[in-house]
Design a protein around this ligand. Structure first.
Ligand code: WTA
Length: 665
């Protein structure tokens, strides 16, 4: 860290630093899409006064429609009934591909793919991607896939995944992507729920220098998936996986079929036809199949990509998410391709072969816009800033963050070591359900505060409300809701209209309930505190786990921290903190005491952790989300019964944590 001690990061509550937006790049060609606060305010004003005019204009500017809509929006969140661009028709693949063949982008890189081995690089121009998509769309049709049928994609981060998504969209099939880190059981549940007809997969996944079998999980899952008729397998790792006669076929063989009709016209889709299903965990029960539809989703993905990342034609844009999550759907594939952008896709991990892989890639492809997650930043921060100094990062223009609140410590590191203290960081709050970014800075307009997602985008009526639905005052914690419909919002939970209504629209009539807690400060900046089920109530005071974590992580000895509530006889709940120390730091009682004092000082006595457990690692999903459910259980003394742990990146962590549990004396 380059800061001195007195300048160390405070907790989010104390965060007062301001970072003004940079000057706009010069030249008309690079003029920011939203240039300065005045433009931002004008858009916001227009969107407030005339939402249908605002969204209608954006949808017209950004997309090509086969037939226009009768009405921009027809919605009532009480019922809920949500329709956008009613009566219009369009096709997502047409917007992401066909139209770019005649607008000057035909030979432009659509996807730059960096494989996990350094020498595995592929560049697909718009023409090349179009050809592949048409071919695979014909393959799917040949397998009997029709409009509305579901296709499960269980694939590594390879171009074939994007090809398969767009091929589905082209013929009106609904894709359901299952992150390749999920187990056979999770895959099976998801296939059963949406009754997929075809599964597309690969023999194996290349990860950190190893080849991890994938097709075996499909075989296992399909033991009880009667809906699945055919499986298409990409031969990614030449691992000789078993193929089942009559059911399984190789991607490369199917695509090489010379009798394929590759003209494959685009299906004319209604704006409200289903585009995809994506499963996401709820606080209880089995994962929900979040449904997104065609017109509203694509318009929203394109709109937010253009404004939040200020995407221009000659940018190289890199979102490091996996396409198995919503971030990859909206910000690797649909948003950037709808805009005719160049999107970089990376197969590997940030830490292999060294902790500078990301920075190496930024330098190699001269990446301009870089979008990642706080967990990645913290992990790389732990390895030391010297890794960043080995590379020329001067091409970077905008940095982004998503997935969880970014603690000011990580924000500052990102700002200083990756942004060289000059680049804006857009901290983007949104969810699988929102389809796209909802609360975020705009890079050339918004003054930043480290740790705050800043303000809702124009047209997004996000608010923090009390349990009775009335607005909270400044800095008063409450429920983060959205009070007006927006084009990208989910249209259902697949097969469960009841769950759709009860999860999102029942508690606050006429509003969308996000499930997150937040506060809005005196300047109107939003501070997301995390899932409300992660909020701890200590002696009647609400304490955001993110805030305690942020305080802990701001201590030089701490690399990562996760905080949960534990039952406490007097206080109701007390704070239990799991702390991973920076490399080389010793676990001592003195340090434990020092950390408690530190947090006490940073936030206040109310936030003092009752217990600090030093942990080698935290239970994380493959996507880097900490599974707090498990941490809460361990903190409350449970030694077993952790529910579904199949999504953990390293299940061994759990036993270590149980053994290291600290008893209250
Ligand atoms: C959290 C990922 C604070 C939040 C796009 C939300 C964030 C959940 C942020 C959705 C952020 C995401 N600041 N919290 N910038 N981004 N979250 O569905 O709790 O995987 O409800 O979508 O992540 O996660 P999901």
């Amino acid at each position: 860290m380059s800061q001195n001690k007195s300048d160390k990061i405070e907790s989010m509550m104390d965060e007062k630093r301001l970072f003004a937006p940079p000057a706009a790049p010069s030249g008309d060609r690079r003029r920011p899409h939203v240039n300065g606060m005045d433009e931002y305010l004008a858009h916001r004003d227009r969107a407030d006064k005339d939402p249908e005019g605002f969204w209608g204009d954006r949808a017209r500017q950004l997309l090509d429609w086969f037939t226009p809509w009768d009405k921009v929006m027809d919605a009532d969140m009480n019922e809920p009934r949500i329709e956008w661009f009613k009566g219009a028709t369009l096709n997502v693949a047409y917007n992401c591909l066909d139209r770019h063949l005649t607008n000057g982008r035909r030979n432009k890189a659509a996807i730059i793919w960096q494989g996990e081995p350094e020498d595995d690089v592929r560049v697909l121009t718009y023409q090349m991607l179009y050809d592949e998509v048409c071919r695979f769309a014909s393959v799917l049709q040949g397998l009997g896939v029709q409009k509305g049928d579901r296709v499960a994609l269980y694939m590594p981060m390879i171009p074939e995944l994007a090809v398969a998504m767009l091929a589905c969209a082209r013929i009106g099939a609904v894709h359901s992507i299952v992150f390749a880190g999920f187990s056979a059981v999770s895959l099976q549940n998801r296939i059963q729920d949406c009754e997929a007809k075809v599964v597309v997969t690969a023999d194996a996944v290349l990860r950190a220098g190893r080849s991890i079998p994938l097709k075996v999980n499909v075989d296992e899952a399909l033991k009880d998936c009667p809906s699945v008729e055919r499986v298409v397998v990409v031969d990614r790792a030449h691992s000789n996986c078993a193929m089942r006669e009559g059911r399984d076929m190789w991607w490369h063989e199917a695509m090489a079929d010379r009798t394929l009709d590759t003209s494959c016209p685009c299906a004319k889709m209604d704006s409200e036809d289903m585009l995809f299903i994506l499963y996401t965990s709820g606080s209880t029960g089995k994962p929900k199949g979040v449904v997104h539809t065609t017109g509203g989703y694509l318009a929203y993905a394109a709109h937010t990509t253009q404004w939040v990342f200020d995407l221009h034609d000659d940018d190289v844009y890199w979102c490091t998410a996996d396409i198995g999550w919503i971030t990859g759907h909206s910000y690797i594939v649909y948003g950037p391709l709808a805009l005719g952008g160049t999107t970089l896709m990376f197969e590997g991990v940030p830490s292999w072969p060294g902790p500078d892989r990301f920075w190496h890639i930024v330098e190699k492809f001269r990446v301009n816009i870089f979008y990642t997650a706080p967990t990645v930043i913290r992990a790389l921060m732990r390895e030391g800033a010297h890794w960043t100094q080995k590379h020329d990062l001067s091409s970077l223009r905008i940095l982004g963050s998503v997935g969880e609140p970014i603690n000011p410590e990580a924000w500052m590191w990102y700002h200083e070591h990756i942004g060289h203290s000059r680049l804006p960081i857009v901290d983007t709050w949104w969810q699988t359900e929102t389809g796209g970014i909802m609360i975020s800075a705009l890079p050339y307009a918004t003054t930043l505060k480290p740790g705050s997602a800043t303000m809702p985008l124009p047209g997004i009526d996000a608010a923090v409300v009390k349990p009775d639905g009335t607005p909270c005052g400044p800095n008063e914690g409450g429920h983060l809701v959205v009070r007006k419909p927006w084009p990208g919002m989910l249209r259902g939970v697949f097969g469960s209209p009841e769950r759709y209504k009860s999860t999102y629209f029942e508690r606050f009539p006429g509003m969308y309930e996000s499930g997150d807690g937040a506060r809005t400060d005196e300047d109107g900046y939003t501070w997301v505190m995390g899932r409300l089920d992660d909020v701890i109530n200590v002696s009647g005071h609400r304490m955001g786990t993110a805030e305690v974590e942020s305080a802990l992580v701001s201590h030089p000895a701490v690399a990562e921290a996760a905080v949960v509530g534990m039952p406490h006889a007097i206080k109701g709940e007390a704070i239990y903190a799991y702390v991973t120390l920076s490399a080389g730091t010793e676990e001592t009682e003195e340090l434990r005491a020092a950390l408690r004092t530190w947090v006490r000082k940073e936030i206040g006595p109310i936030a003092t952790p009752e217990v600090i457990q030093f942990a080698e690692g935290l239970p994380k999903t493959r996507s880097g989300k900490i599974m707090r459910r498990i941490l809460r259980k361990i903190a409350s003394g449970a030694g077993s019964d952790f529910g579904d742990t199949s999504t953990l990146a390293d299940p061994g962590v759990v036993q270590d944590l149980i053994e290291g549990r600290v008893q209250l004396t």
